[in-house]
Design a protein around this ligand. Structure first.
Ligand SMILES: Cc1cc2nc3c(=O)[nH]c(=O)nc-3n(C[C@H](O)[C@H](O)[C@H](O)COP(=O)(O)O)c2cc1C
Length: 202
């Protein structure tokens, strides 16, 4: 079973990016991963703003991220970049904190104007944290994200398709997917040898 950590970067309780992340968490859990989630509001503001590395929850975040196979980050676009609240969470991580992690970024914005914010603003920070691999992100504009009911996000088919495709790529590249693949490769090798031996014998 792979271990996945999620970071949600919207300071708002009823955040669209957080609701989008919940959908992705559900899908990743359904594929057999254990998921642990962190949100800025989980932390006492002092521990977050003053980056208190002795605080128990900050240490737990660091430990969880250090052993995570995958990391999913969801953020609103603020001022043409990711949110300050997300940066506060990322600043709690050690220098090479993401060296084990496959990262899937998700962002929501008011318009398409800053749809590249994931690549020009967030990706360099993830690289600085030595992320093992940062997948292409999913960008959603507000018009694709409607509240069907309080806390219940309704999204269009096209966005759902993009999310499904991104989750598929993420799950397929999680280390836990490797053993299965290796087993297939091993089986194929044995089969090839058997076929070879049969060909010689006949
Ligand atoms: C302070 C602030 C700054 C924003 N800056 C941008 C921006 O630069 N580009 C953009 O497309 N949307 C911008 N938006 C719109 C948000 O990205 C958009 O409403 C997003 O869906 C909010 O996500 P949330 O509900 O997860 O917090 C901004 C919103 C706020 C509150």
């Amino acid at each position: 079973m792979s271990f996945v950590v999620t970071l949600s970067g919207s300071p708002h309780a009823n955040a669209r990016s957080a609701a989008l992340l919940e959908r992705v968490i559900h899908a990743v859990r359904e594929q057999g991963s254990e998921v642990v989630s962190y949100h800025p509001s989980d932390f006492p503001p002092e521990a977050l703003v003053y980056a208190d590395f002795r605080h128990a929850l900050v240490r737990r975040l660091q430990e969880d991220v250090a052993r995570a196979d995958g990391l999913i980050i969801a953020t609103p676009v603020y001022k043409a970049a990711y949110s300050g609240a997300l940066k506060l969470l990322l600043d709690l991580l050690p220098q090479k904190g993401l060296s084990r992690s496959l990262v899937l970024p998700i962002a929501s914005g008011g318009s398409l104007a800053h749809m590249l914010a994931i690549d020009y603003a967030l990706r360099p920070v993830l690289s600085a944290l030595k992320a093992r691999h940062v997948l292409d992100g999913v960008y959603a504009v507000e018009s694709e994200l409607a509240w069907a009911a309080p806390g219940e996000l309704a999204i269009g088919d096209e966005l759902q398709e993009r999310l499904d495709e991104a989750v598929g790529r993420f799950v397929a590249q999680l280390p836990s997917a490797a053993p299965r693949t290796e087993a297939v490769v091993r089986t194929l090798a044995v089969t090839a040898r058997t076929v070879g031996a049969l060909a010689v014998a006949s």
